[in-house]
Design a protein around this ligand. Structure first.
Ligand SMILES: [Zn+2]
Length: 234
Protein backbone atom coordinates (compact mmCIF):
# COMPACT_ATOMS: atom_id res chain seq x y z
CA UNK A 1 0.00 0.00 0.00
CA UNK A 2 1.36 3.39 -1.00
CA UNK A 3 0.12 6.55 0.65
CA UNK A 4 0.75 10.18 -0.26
CA UNK A 5 0.80 12.32 2.87
CA UNK A 6 0.28 16.05 2.40
CA UNK A 7 1.84 17.91 5.31
CA UNK A 8 4.64 16.90 7.67
CA UNK A 9 3.44 18.92 10.66
CA UNK A 10 1.43 18.21 13.79
CA UNK A 11 -1.05 15.87 12.11
CA UNK A 12 1.29 14.45 9.48
CA UNK A 13 3.95 13.28 11.92
CA UNK A 14 1.74 11.01 14.07
CA UNK A 15 -0.16 9.79 11.01
CA UNK A 16 3.07 8.89 9.22
CA UNK A 17 4.46 7.11 12.28
CA UNK A 18 1.42 4.86 12.60
CA UNK A 19 1.26 4.11 8.88
CA UNK A 20 4.96 3.31 8.52
CA UNK A 21 4.84 1.09 11.60
CA UNK A 22 1.95 -0.78 9.96
CA UNK A 23 4.05 -1.43 6.85
CA UNK A 24 2.57 1.26 4.63
CA UNK A 25 4.89 2.99 2.16
CA UNK A 26 4.53 6.72 2.80
CA UNK A 27 5.60 9.60 0.59
CA UNK A 28 5.54 12.90 2.47
CA UNK A 29 4.97 16.12 0.52
CA UNK A 30 5.68 19.40 2.28
CA UNK A 31 7.57 22.42 0.92
CA UNK A 32 8.07 24.14 4.30
CA UNK A 33 11.06 24.41 6.60
CA UNK A 34 10.97 23.75 10.34
CA UNK A 35 10.20 26.93 12.27
CA UNK A 36 10.81 27.42 16.00
CA UNK A 37 7.07 28.02 16.50
CA UNK A 38 6.36 24.51 15.17
CA UNK A 39 8.22 22.68 17.91
CA UNK A 40 5.49 22.65 20.56
CA UNK A 41 3.19 20.47 18.47
CA UNK A 42 5.31 18.97 15.67
CA UNK A 43 7.03 16.49 17.91
CA UNK A 44 9.35 14.88 15.36
CA UNK A 45 11.32 18.12 15.09
CA UNK A 46 13.80 19.53 17.58
CA UNK A 47 15.92 22.65 17.94
CA UNK A 48 18.61 21.21 15.67
CA UNK A 49 16.07 20.81 12.84
CA UNK A 50 15.06 24.49 12.65
CA UNK A 51 15.49 25.61 9.07
CA UNK A 52 15.59 22.07 7.67
CA UNK A 53 13.03 20.74 5.15
CA UNK A 54 10.10 19.30 7.08
CA UNK A 55 9.28 16.41 4.74
CA UNK A 56 12.86 15.14 4.53
CA UNK A 57 13.42 15.57 8.27
CA UNK A 58 10.28 13.57 9.10
CA UNK A 59 11.09 10.81 6.61
CA UNK A 60 14.62 10.56 8.03
CA UNK A 61 13.27 10.33 11.61
CA UNK A 62 10.91 7.53 10.60
CA UNK A 63 13.67 5.56 8.87
CA UNK A 64 15.89 5.97 11.92
CA UNK A 65 13.19 4.52 14.13
CA UNK A 66 12.27 1.74 11.69
CA UNK A 67 15.26 0.85 9.47
CA UNK A 68 13.02 -1.06 7.08
CA UNK A 69 10.49 1.75 6.87
CA UNK A 70 9.48 2.85 3.42
CA UNK A 71 9.30 6.60 3.93
CA UNK A 72 10.46 9.22 1.47
CA UNK A 73 10.03 12.93 1.00
CA UNK A 74 9.19 15.25 -1.83
CA UNK A 75 9.95 18.90 -1.21
CA UNK A 76 7.11 20.37 -3.25
CA UNK A 77 3.88 22.25 -2.67
CA UNK A 78 0.72 20.39 -3.71
CA UNK A 79 -0.76 22.83 -6.20
CA UNK A 80 -3.19 22.97 -9.09
CA UNK A 81 -0.27 22.56 -11.47
CA UNK A 82 1.03 19.30 -10.05
CA UNK A 83 -1.74 17.82 -7.88
CA UNK A 84 -3.08 15.18 -10.25
CA UNK A 85 0.39 14.11 -11.39
CA UNK A 86 1.57 13.78 -7.78
CA UNK A 87 -1.46 11.81 -6.62
CA UNK A 88 -1.49 9.30 -9.47
CA UNK A 89 0.08 5.98 -8.57
CA UNK A 90 -0.83 6.10 -4.89
CA UNK A 91 -3.46 3.96 -3.22
CA UNK A 92 -4.74 6.85 -1.16
CA UNK A 93 -3.98 10.41 -0.04
CA UNK A 94 -3.94 11.83 3.48
CA UNK A 95 -4.51 15.55 3.81
CA UNK A 96 -2.73 16.87 6.89
CA UNK A 97 -2.30 20.41 5.60
CA UNK A 98 -3.36 23.58 7.37
CA UNK A 99 -5.11 25.64 4.72
CA UNK A 100 -8.46 25.50 2.96
CA UNK A 101 -7.31 25.87 -0.67
CA UNK A 102 -5.08 22.78 -0.38
CA UNK A 103 -7.77 20.81 1.44
CA UNK A 104 -10.34 21.42 -1.27
CA UNK A 105 -7.80 20.89 -4.03
CA UNK A 106 -6.90 17.51 -2.54
CA UNK A 107 -10.59 16.68 -2.30
CA UNK A 108 -11.30 17.59 -5.92
CA UNK A 109 -8.26 15.82 -7.34
CA UNK A 110 -8.97 12.62 -5.40
CA UNK A 111 -12.63 12.71 -6.45
CA UNK A 112 -11.58 13.04 -10.09
CA UNK A 113 -9.01 10.25 -9.86
CA UNK A 114 -11.20 7.97 -7.75
CA UNK A 115 -8.64 7.94 -4.96
CA UNK A 116 -9.57 7.53 -1.29
CA UNK A 117 -8.76 10.62 0.79
CA UNK A 118 -8.41 11.02 4.52
CA UNK A 119 -9.10 14.60 5.59
CA UNK A 120 -7.79 15.71 8.96
CA UNK A 121 -7.83 19.10 10.63
CA UNK A 122 -7.16 20.58 14.05
CA UNK A 123 -7.50 24.08 15.43
CA UNK A 124 -7.35 25.13 19.05
CA UNK A 125 -8.92 22.32 21.03
CA UNK A 126 -11.01 20.97 18.12
CA UNK A 127 -10.13 18.20 15.69
CA UNK A 128 -11.89 16.29 12.93
CA UNK A 129 -11.32 13.43 10.51
CA UNK A 130 -13.37 12.54 7.44
CA UNK A 131 -12.68 9.33 5.51
CA UNK A 132 -13.65 9.71 1.86
CA UNK A 133 -14.15 6.66 -0.35
CA UNK A 134 -15.00 7.98 -3.83
CA UNK A 135 -18.50 7.10 -4.92
CA UNK A 136 -19.32 5.57 -1.55
CA UNK A 137 -19.00 8.24 1.11
CA UNK A 138 -19.47 12.03 1.23
CA UNK A 139 -16.56 14.17 0.13
CA UNK A 140 -15.38 17.41 1.70
CA UNK A 141 -17.60 19.51 -0.60
CA UNK A 142 -20.65 17.39 0.28
CA UNK A 143 -20.09 18.31 3.92
CA UNK A 144 -18.73 21.87 3.75
CA UNK A 145 -19.70 23.03 0.23
CA UNK A 146 -16.63 25.18 -0.16
CA UNK A 147 -13.90 27.22 1.39
CA UNK A 148 -14.94 29.77 4.04
CA UNK A 149 -14.29 33.43 3.22
CA UNK A 150 -10.71 34.47 3.81
CA UNK A 151 -10.23 35.48 7.45
CA UNK A 152 -13.42 33.85 8.73
CA UNK A 153 -11.58 30.89 10.22
CA UNK A 154 -8.24 31.69 11.85
CA UNK A 155 -5.17 29.68 10.88
CA UNK A 156 -3.19 27.55 13.32
CA UNK A 157 -0.62 30.34 13.53
CA UNK A 158 -3.25 32.71 14.91
CA UNK A 159 -5.54 30.42 16.93
CA UNK A 160 -2.93 27.88 18.00
CA UNK A 161 -3.44 24.16 18.28
CA UNK A 162 -2.98 21.86 21.25
CA UNK A 163 -0.16 19.36 20.91
CA UNK A 164 -1.92 16.27 22.37
CA UNK A 165 -4.94 16.96 20.14
CA UNK A 166 -2.94 16.72 16.91
CA UNK A 167 -1.42 13.47 18.16
CA UNK A 168 -4.87 11.96 18.58
CA UNK A 169 -6.25 13.30 15.30
CA UNK A 170 -3.14 12.20 13.36
CA UNK A 171 -3.57 8.71 14.81
CA UNK A 172 -7.22 8.71 13.78
CA UNK A 173 -6.17 9.61 10.24
CA UNK A 174 -3.91 6.56 10.07
CA UNK A 175 -6.66 4.39 11.52
CA UNK A 176 -9.14 5.63 8.91
CA UNK A 177 -6.59 5.07 6.13
CA UNK A 178 -6.09 1.45 7.09
CA UNK A 179 -9.85 0.90 7.38
CA UNK A 180 -10.58 2.40 4.00
CA UNK A 181 -7.93 0.58 1.98
CA UNK A 182 -8.74 -2.80 3.50
CA UNK A 183 -12.14 -2.23 1.91
CA UNK A 184 -14.04 -3.98 4.61
CA UNK A 185 -17.12 -2.47 6.15
CA UNK A 186 -16.17 1.10 6.93
CA UNK A 187 -18.33 1.13 10.01
CA UNK A 188 -19.06 4.61 11.25
CA UNK A 189 -16.49 6.12 8.87
CA UNK A 190 -19.00 5.42 6.05
CA UNK A 191 -21.47 8.11 7.03
CA UNK A 192 -20.00 10.24 9.77
CA UNK A 193 -17.19 12.67 10.49
CA UNK A 194 -15.28 11.95 13.68
CA UNK A 195 -14.69 15.00 15.85
CA UNK A 196 -12.98 15.66 19.16
CA UNK A 197 -13.24 18.52 21.58
CA UNK A 198 -9.97 18.14 23.41
CA UNK A 199 -11.01 20.51 26.19
CA UNK A 200 -14.17 18.68 27.23
CA UNK A 201 -12.98 15.29 26.01
CA UNK A 202 -16.18 14.82 24.03
CA UNK A 203 -15.82 12.70 20.89
CA UNK A 204 -18.63 12.74 18.35
CA UNK A 205 -19.50 10.98 15.12
CA UNK A 206 -21.29 13.74 13.21
CA UNK A 207 -23.67 12.27 10.59
CA UNK A 208 -22.87 13.32 7.02
CA UNK A 209 -24.42 12.38 3.68
CA UNK A 210 -23.57 12.56 -0.01
CA UNK A 211 -24.87 15.55 -1.95
CA UNK A 212 -26.11 14.41 -5.38
CA UNK A 213 -25.38 17.91 -6.69
CA UNK A 214 -21.88 18.05 -5.23
CA UNK A 215 -19.56 19.61 -7.84
CA UNK A 216 -16.75 17.25 -6.86
CA UNK A 217 -18.42 13.86 -6.43
CA UNK A 218 -22.08 14.30 -7.43
CA UNK A 219 -23.84 12.42 -10.18
CA UNK A 220 -22.66 14.88 -12.85
CA UNK A 221 -19.07 14.08 -11.93
CA UNK A 222 -19.46 10.30 -11.98
CA UNK A 223 -19.57 10.06 -15.76
CA UNK A 224 -16.45 12.15 -16.18
CA UNK A 225 -14.30 10.23 -13.73
CA UNK A 226 -13.11 7.65 -16.25
CA UNK A 227 -11.97 10.46 -18.57
CA UNK A 228 -10.22 12.20 -15.70
CA UNK A 229 -8.24 9.08 -14.90
CA UNK A 230 -6.82 9.19 -18.41
CA UNK A 231 -4.82 12.30 -17.72
CA UNK A 232 -6.79 15.49 -17.40
CA UNK A 233 -5.16 17.91 -14.98
CA UNK A 234 -7.25 19.80 -12.46
ZN1 LIG B 1 -18.99 15.48 -2.70
Amino acid sequence: MKALLLGAGGLGGPAALSLVAAGVEVTIADPDRVDPTNLSRQIFFGDADVGAPKADTLAHALRERFPLARAQAIDVRFSRDNAAALARGFDLVLDATDNFPTRFLANDVCARLGLPLIHGAALGWLGQVLAIAPGRTPCLRCVFEGEPPVGEVPACAQAGVISPLVGVVGGWMAQAALAIVRDRALGRWANAMRTLDGWSGVERWVPVGRDPLCPACGLAREGNRALDREGAEC
